[in-house]
Design a binder for this molecule. Structure first.
Ligand code: PEP
Ligand code: MG
Length: 595
C-alpha cells in the first residue's frame, strides 16, 4: 500500500502587528498552568500554619519577581523594568496581605482559597471596565495571584524550552515575556492583547517580533507545528508553503537592510529634498516611553494622552501628582517640545467618575466633560503650566465642536495663570494653545477655530468615525472605517487650508499620520506636523526624506480626484512602488490578508 503524505493546508491568521520582525519555526503552545484552587476548611489550630504558608509563598514570589526585575533591568533598562516593581508592590501591600491573613483566621479556610477570592475581587473591577488598558492590567493581577498560589502549593514554574521556538499563548504577562526571552525565542503570537499591552511594549524593547490579538491562535496551533510570524503585517501563517516562506525570508532581508539604513537617519530632521520641513514627533501615553522616542529620532511629543494617568485610579490625580509626570516628560524630551492634551475622558476612556451613558462616543467626552468640572480642569491646567517653565510645553484640547468651547477653555488657561501668579510660581507666559480637529463640525469651522488658537492637530481616529458614522471599535463595521475615503481626504485638505489661511500650523496625531501609505498624500496636502507611534517613526521619516513636496502635491491632487477609497489606495500603492522602490512597503495583497 502506498504511504500517504498529508500536506496540511496553509492557514493565515490576521492579528495586530505588535513588534516588528519576521520569524519562522516551531510553535510552542504555552498554556499557562493555572493552579487549581480548592476551598478547604481548616480548624483554628491550623490557622497559624496556614498564615505561615502564605507568608512563605509571598516571600518566594517576591524573590522570583525580584530576579525577573533584575534580569529585565539588565535587558531592557530601568524604565521598562518598572512593571515588575509594580507587581512586587502588590505583594508588599500591607492592606491586601493583612486582609488575606485576617480572613484565613476569621473564615477558617485555606490560604489559596482566600488569596484567589481576594485578588479576584480586584480583577473583576478591572475587567468590568470598558477600557482596554484596564483589561491588560487585569492579566498582570492574574499573574501575581497564580504566582502566589503556585508557591503556596509548592509547584514548579514552567520548564525550559528546548531549542528555538515561537511562543503561542492566549495572553502573555510581562514576566512571561522577559522570562521566555532567556530562552531562544523567535517570536510571540497571542490570542489577546493590543499594541498597548505591556507584553507588546516589552517585546518591542527586546526586539522579538510579536503579533497579538489573533483570537484563535491557541485553538488552531499545536506545539511543534511550523509557523511563520510577520510582525510587520500582524500575520501568523500556520503550515506555511515553501512559497510563503520564501516570500517572508525575502521580506525579512529587505526590512533588515532597510532598518540598518534607517539608523543613520535618526538624527536628521524630517525634510523633503525641496526643503519642506515636517515636524515628525511621537504619540505617547507614559513618561517611560520617552527614551524609545529619542532612539527613534523623534522631534518631540505631538500627543501626550494625559488621560492614561487616570487608568485604574479611583480619583483624579492632584495638581502635584500631575505636575510630577508632566515635568518628567517636559524635561525628558527637552530641548524638543511636548503637547499635553488635556484629559480626554468619556467614550471608551473611563475616568474615575465616568457614569453610564447610552451613547458614550456622542456623550460627555473630552473638553465637554472638563468644562463642566472647572476645579479639575484648573488643577490640570496649573500642573501643565508649571511644567512649561522650560518653554517647551504646549496645551491641546480634545473633542472641540465649536468656537465657544475654545473661548471658555482659553479663559480657564488665563485663570490658571492668574492663580499661579498669586502663588508666585513660574510658567511660560507665551505657552501655545491648540485644539484637536476630530469632530466634523470643527473641521467645517476650521477657519474660525484656527483664528482662536496657535495650532490644529487632526485626530483622524475620531474624525473618521464621526465623519463616516462608523464606530472605531466595532469589528463588524471595520471595512467601512476607511482613512482613504474621499470624504476624509477632502476634509483633511479643507482643515489644512483653513489653518494656513489663518497662519497657524496644522498637524495630525491620529493613526493615519503613522500609515506609510498616507505619508506622500499628507505631505502633498501641506501637513506641517505628523505625530506617530514611535515604532513607525523612522520609516515615515525615510519617506519624507525621499519625496519632493512638489511631486507629493501632484500625487495628492490625483488622489483627491478619485471617487472611492479603493482607488485611492491602489493609486497610492502604485506611487510607492514606482517612486520609492527602496522602501519595503507592506503589500496588502501579499500574505497579510485574512482568508
Ligand atoms: C484621534 O482621535 O485621532 C486621537 C489621536 O485621539 P484618541 O485616539 O485618543 O481619541
Ligand atoms: Mg480622539
Amino acid at each position: 500500500m502506498e504511504s500517504e503524505i498529508t500536506i496540511r493546508p496553509e492557514v493565515v491568521l490576521k492579528g495586530i502587528a505588535a513588534a516588528p520582525g519576521i520569524a519562522c519555526g516551531a510553535a510552542y503552545l504555552y498554556s499557562k498552568h493555572v493552579p487549581q484552587v480548592q476551598v478547604k476548611s481548616i480548624v483554628p489550630k491550623e490557622v497559624e500554619g496556614e498564615v505561615q504558608r502564605l507568608r512563605n509563598a509571598t516571600s518566594r514570589s517576591e524573590k522570583e519577581l525580584s530576579k525577573i526585575h533584575a534580569f529585565a533591568e539588565q535587558r531592557l533598562g530601568s524604565q521598562n523594568a518598572r512593571i515588575f516593581e509594580a507587581q512586587i508592590m502588590i505583594l508588599s501591600d500591607q492592606i491586601l496581605m493583612g486582609s488575606i491573613e485576617k480572613r484565613i483566621g476569621a473564615e477558617l479556610k485555606n490560604a489559596e482559597a482566600i488569596v484567589a477570592d481576594e485578588i479576584n475581587k480586584y480583577k473583576r473591577v478591572m475587567l468590568a471596565s470598558p477600557d482596554e488598558y484596564m483589561h491588560e492590567r487585569a492579566h498582570d493581577v492574574d499573574d501575581i495571584m497564580n504566582r502566589i498560589i503556585r508557591n503556596i502549593q509548592d509547584q514548579k514554574l514552567y520548564s525550559r524550552l528546548e531549542g528555538e521556538s515561537i511562543i503561542v499563548s492566549e495572553t502573555l504577562a510581562p514576566a512571561d515575556t522577559v522570562v521566555f526571552s532567556r530562552n531562544q525565542i523567535l517570536g510571540y503570537a497571542t490570542d489577546m492583547g493590543g499594541v498597548t499591552s505591556h507584553a507588546a511594549i516589552l517585546s518591542r524593547s527586546l526586539k522579538i517580533p510579536a503579533v497579538v490579538g489573533l483570537r484563535t491562535a491557541t485553538k488552531l496551533i499545536k506545539t511543534g507545528d511550523t509557523i511563520a510570524l510577520d510582525g510587520y503585517a500582524g500575520v501568523v501563517v500556520l503550515n506555511p508553503t515553501e512559497e510563503t516562506l520564501q516570500t517572508l525570508m525575502q521580506k525579512r532581508q529587505r526590512f533588515k537592510e532597510f532598518e540598518e539604513r534607517l539608523v543613520d537617519i535618526a538624527g536628521l530632521p524630517a525634510e523633503t529634498p525641496d526643503h519642506k520641513h515636517i515636524e515628525l514627533s511621537a504619540n505617547i501615553e507614559f513618561d517611560d516611553e520617552i527614551e524609545f522616542c529619542r532612539q527613534q529620532g523623534s522631534a518631540g511629543i505631538g500627543l501626550f494622552r494625559t488621560e492614561s494617568q487616570l487608568i485604574g485610579k479611583e480619583r483624579y490625580p492632584t495638581e502635584e501628582e500631575q505636575y510630577e509626570v508632566y515635568r518628567a516628560v517636559a524635561d525628558g524630551i527637552s530641548p524638543h517640545s511636548v503637547i499635553f492634551r488635556t484629559f480626554d475622558v468619556g467614550g471608551d476612556k473611563i475616568g474615575p467618575d465616568t457614569e453610564h451613558e447610552e451613547n458614550p462616543f456622542l456623550g460627555w467626552r473630552g473638553i465637554r466633560a472638563m468644562l463642566d468640572r472647572p476645579e479639575l480642569f484648573l488643577a490640570q491646567l496649573r500642573s501643565i503650566l508649571r511644567a512649561s517653565s522650560g518653554k517647551n510645553v504646549r496645551i491641546m484640547f480634545p473633542m472641540v465642536s465649536n468656537v465657544t468651547e475654545i473661548l471658555r477653555a482659553k479663559a480657564m488657561v488665563e485663570q490658571a495663570k492668574k492663580e499661579l501668579n498669586t502663588r508666585g510660581m513660574p510658567y511660560d507666559a507665551g505657552v501655545k494653545v491648540g485644539v484637536m480637529v476630530e469632530i466634523p463640525a470643527a473641521a467645517v469651522m476650521a477657519d474660525q477655530i484656527a483664528g482662536e488658537v496657535d495650532f490644529l492637530s487632526i485626530g483622524t481616529n475620531d474624525l473618521i468615525q464621526y465623519l463616516l458614522a462608523v464606530d472605531r471599535n466595532n469589528n463588524a463595521v471595520q471595512s467601512v472605517y476607511q482613512p482613504f475615503h474621499p470624504a476624509v481626504l477632502r476634509t483633511i485638505k479643507h482643515i489644512i487650508e483653513a489653518g494656513h489661511k489663518r497662519g497657524v500650523w496644522v498637524g495630525m496625531c491620529g493613526e493615519m499620520a503613522g500609515d506609510p501609505l498616507a505619508t506622500v498624500l499628507l505631505v502633498g496636502l501641506g501637513i506641517d506636523e505628523l505625530s506617530v507611534i514611535p515604532v513607525v517613526l523612522p520609516e515615515i521619516k525615510k519617506i519624507i526624506l525621499s519625496i519632493r513636496q512638489r511631486d507629493a502635491k501632484r500625487v495628492a491632487e490625483k488622489a483627491l480626484s478619485l471617487p472611492t477609497d479603493q482607488e485611492v489606495r491602489d493609486y497610492l500603492w502604485s506611487v510607492m512602488r514606482d517612486r520609492l522602490p527602496e522602501i519595503p512597503f507592506e503589500e496588502q495583497s501579499d500574505i497579510g490578508v485574512p482568508p
